[in-house]
Design a protein around this ligand. Structure first.
Ligand SMILES: Cc1cc2nc3c(=O)[nH]c(=O)nc-3n(C[C@H](O)[C@H](O)[C@H](O)COP(=O)(O)OP(=O)(O)OC[C@H]3O[C@@H](n4cnc5c(N)ncnc54)[C@H](O)[C@@H]3O)c2cc1C
Length: 308
């Protein structure tokens, strides 16, 4: 096993992680940024049109963030954290090939999107399959879109999409929508171009040369082809809680996310968390909020390390 020590270890190469690493480097903390996968969700999100000051492909935006971080004295360690435990002088972080002793840790490991697990779902991400209607709705101007899900995110997504698309189909397997907020329901009822399919499930995504062409749903023992340019899967996402649970970090009971205060401190001294993993930004999980929280977490880690 390779052995390393550092002042601050940041886990996750997403917007929160890069931003935390940038700030940490500028505070001149000895920093390791650990994570096997480049760019996080933003890198696979297609066009990012709501990051203030620029409009860019998510991959390019994240490459810029990474390059900016790497222009400082930050060690990029391209392996995921497998295990983290408390030791006298801080924390022992284990990856597949290394043991890293860190005085403080910032967790920025994001969330796992719930999937429908259809055969071509993964390969069509960015080609019509999306897990974020807030992000991608404007790309559906004068197009047809299908949204699957029955909670707030799905209803909100369908309402937003109906402002751009010519037609929106909302598909949900239940016999009524899953307790969306009343105000959303009222908005939904006002959407003239929206068709609600209850007791329905998506069985197949139809794929053409340019990506999604439609979906096949089962509705009351019938199979129905709905032509569509996109499929928005809004059935929730689960924060990655394996490492927080190993450390006994407090989880927000209501949201099942890592509980942080406004300084991005968890209940464990020396462990900070930022981005979509946390309850910091409520329901708005975006690149800009994750980056902001990463910056705050780095300042908090700097203050913590300075006080030791
Ligand atoms: C399809 C799609 C489109 C989107 N479009 C937009 C948009 O247009 N605008 C916008 O603002 N937001 C958009 N979003 C949301 C935005 O991408 C997220 O809010 C943002 O990526 C959150 O950043 P994060 O750093 O918290 O987490 P993530 O980006 O999820 O990054 C977490 C990183 O941690 C890594 N990781 C996981 N486990 C470990 C481990 N054990 N050790 C180390 N690393 C680990 C992951 O591999 C990942 O790289 C979109 C999301 C999706 C899915």
């Amino acid at each position: 096993m390779d052995k390393k020590t550092t002042e601050l270890l940041i886990a996750g190469q997403g917007a929160a992680g890069y931003s935390a690493a940038l700030y940490s480097a500028r505070y001149q903390l000895q920093t390791i940024l650990a994570g096997a996968e480049f760019g996080g969700e933003t890198a696979i999100g297609g066009m990012i049109e709501n990051y203030p000051g620029l409009e860019a492909d998510g991959f390019d935006l994240m490459m810029n963030m990474k390059n900016q971080v790497m222009s400082y004295d930050v060690e990029l360690f391209e392996e995921n954290l497998e295990e983290v435990s408390k030791i006298n002088e801080g924390f022992l972080v284990k990856t597949n090939t290394a043991e890293i002793e860190a005085k403080a840790v910032i967790l920025c490991v994001g969330r796992e999107r719930r999937k429908l697990n259809l055969s071509n779902e993964d390969s069509l991400v960015g080609k019509g399959v999306s897990y974020c209607s807030t992000c991608d709705a404007p790309l559906y101007k004068d197009k047809i879109a299908v949204v699957v899900g029955g909670g707030n995110a799905a209803v909100e997504g369908a309402v937003l999409l109906s402002k751009y698309a010519t037609k929106v189909h909302l598909i949900y397997r239940g016999s009524s929508l899953f307790r969306p907020e009343k105000v959303l329901l009222t908005q939904l009822e006002k959407c003239k171009n929206l068709e609600l399919h209850l007791n329905s499930e998506i069985k197949e995504i139809k794929e053409g040369n340019d990506g999604v062409e439609g979906v096949i749903i089962s509705k009351k023992d019938e199979s129905l082809l709905i032509p569509s340019n996109g499929l928005f899967i809004e059935i929730g996402a689960d924060p990655r809680l394996e490492i927080p649970n190993q450390l006994g970090i407090k989880i927000d009971n209501e949201t099942n996310e890592v509980a942080v205060n406004k300084l991005m401190e968890t209940n464990i001294k020396g462990i900070f968390a930022a981005g979509d993993l946390t309850n910091a930004s409520g329901p708005l999980k975006q690149t800009v909020t994750a980056a902001g929280q990463g910056a705050i977490a780095a300042l908090s880690a700097y203050t913590f390390l300075g006080s030791k």
